[in-house]
Design a protein around this ligand. Structure first.
Ligand SMILES: Nc1ncnc2c1ncn2[C@@H]1O[C@H](COP(=O)(O)OP(=O)(O)OP(=O)(O)O)[C@@H](O)[C@H]1O
Length: 394
């Protein structure tokens, strides 16, 4: 397995664990690989979702997110590995016996059925006793705010309302895990943000349900997830809480995919005992954060978020001087593209009353704690000192 993955241990259950009497929730992928013909589209995935945890699977198109979700649902068969739900090995179980609710991008409602029948459909498929069905349908429609629409047909609903019905249908069976595949991507930006808040509220109402949420939208992942798993080319490249991955992305792909980042090539000069390192950037010494003890003389990247840079007249340290190549007014902020010579630095600052002009030379600065070192090649770990390397915990 690539040493690229910075996989933090799972934190304690964020929502109190599984409920008494119910089937346990939580999902575990144990070295799961899925292939279509000769192409491996999911490569040895090891990942654990705790009971009650919301995990976002984030990554570009084709990275294997949906395949991972389908492996949990039972619609994609692993060539290797096992899938567990609530500690139970479900690898060989058919989808309807896995206790999952699933919502996909295109809602997949039956057009000829009223809302209530769409929601009842899953319950019938799960052989819920007839007498219980009306109450379960009402409960699911109440949770999604769709009680008043029970008699309508899908064509009489907006996109957002149809998606609520799809969620109600998934919840009606009282699943132990909820699988959401880009559930908001067909909605416009405003509706999407409202639905994000709704999903967060729903999860507070159902704290025992584990949610695996596939998205390529970093805002959705940052907003909703307890932890984010970042995928690329069929592999898991990072996993951690949104804050961990944002502050210490561990690799250049995660840094740029989650939030956007400047990645400056630097050479390590010295490592300070306080977790800082002195690095050289084309002759300028910068003080940055080193998550591990890095070896002097090696090439690494300094990751600095655009909004962590500020304009200054006289920096007391960490000054980067460059020519303004482009200036964009974005309402609340200005974005500057600074030509540093070999690189362009992106700088986001609060709206300036008196902005510099294109062609002006300016200086920006950053705090050492806002710049973190990353390995300079995909697949690498930070080049550490021999002592640190020997004692490394993976
Ligand atoms: N049934 C299939 N047969 C052959 N190839 C498939 C099949 N389903 C998916 N793939 C391929 O597997 C790879 C991963 O697809 P997957 O849908 O898991 O990616 P994704 O990360 O969810 O992408 P997106 O964000 O575009 O949905 C893609 O290259 C896709 O073309």
């Amino acid at each position: 397995m690539s040493t690229f993955v910075r996989h933090r241990p799972a934190p304690p259950a964020p929502h109190g664990g599984s409920g008494g009497g119910r089937l346990r929730s939580g999902i575990r992928f144990e070295s799961v690989s899925v292939a279509y013909g000769a192409t491996t589209v999911l490569d040895s995935l090891d990942l654990t979702l705790l009971p009650g945890e919301v995990m976002a699977l984030l990554g570009p198109s084709g990275s294997g997110k949906t395949t991972a979700l389908r492996a949990v649902a039972g619609f994609a068969t692993p060539a290797h590995g096992r899938v567990y739900i609530g500690g139970e090995d479900v690898t060989g179980l058919p989808p309807h016996r896995r206790g999952i609710g699933m919502v996909v991008q295109q809602y997949a409602l039956f057009p000829h059925m009223r809302v209530s029948d769409n929601v009842a459909f899953g319950l019938r498929a799960h052989k819920t006793p007839r007498a219980e069905i009306p109450a379960r349908v009402r409960e699911a429609l109440r949770m999604t705010g769709m009680e008043d629409f029970a008699r309508r047909y899908p064509r009489e609903l907006s996109g957002g309302q149809q998606q609520r019905v799809a969620i109600a249908r998934a919840l009606a069976i009282r699943p132990r895990v909820l699988l959401l595949d880009e559930p908001l991507s067909a909605l416009d930006a405003q509706l999407r943000s409202g639905m994000l808040a709704e999903l967060a509220r729903l999860h507070r109402e159902l704290p025992d349900v584990s949610i695996l949420y596939v998205t390529h939208d970093q805002v959705e992942a940052l907003t909703l997830a307890d932890r984010i798993a970042v995928m690329r080319d069929a592999r898991l490249v990072s996993c951690g809480t949104p804050q961990e991955l944002y502050r210490e992305p561990g690799n250049d792909f995660t840094a740029t995919f989650l939030g956007g980042a400047n990645l400056l090539p630097v050479v390590v000069r010295a490592h300070a005992p306080d977790g800082r390192a002195e690095v050289d950037h084309h002759g300028t010494t910068l003080l940055v954060t080193a998550p591990e003890i890095v070896s002097p003389g090696v090439d690494v990247l300094a990751c600095i978020r655009p909004h962590h840079l500020s304009l200054t007249e006289q920096p007391t340290g960490n000054g980067l001087r460059g020519r303004v190549a482009e200036l964009q007014w974005r309402g609340a902020t200005h974005r500057l593209y600074l030509d540093l010579g070999p690189e362009t630095l992106v700088v986001d600052v609060a709206e300036l009353r008196d902005p510099p002009r294109v062609g002006d030379t300016v200086t920006v600065t950053f705090a050492p704690q806002d710049a973190v070192l990353l390995p300079d090649k995909p697949g690498d770990d930070l080049p550490t000192s021999p002592v640190q390397r020997a004692g490394r915990v993976r």
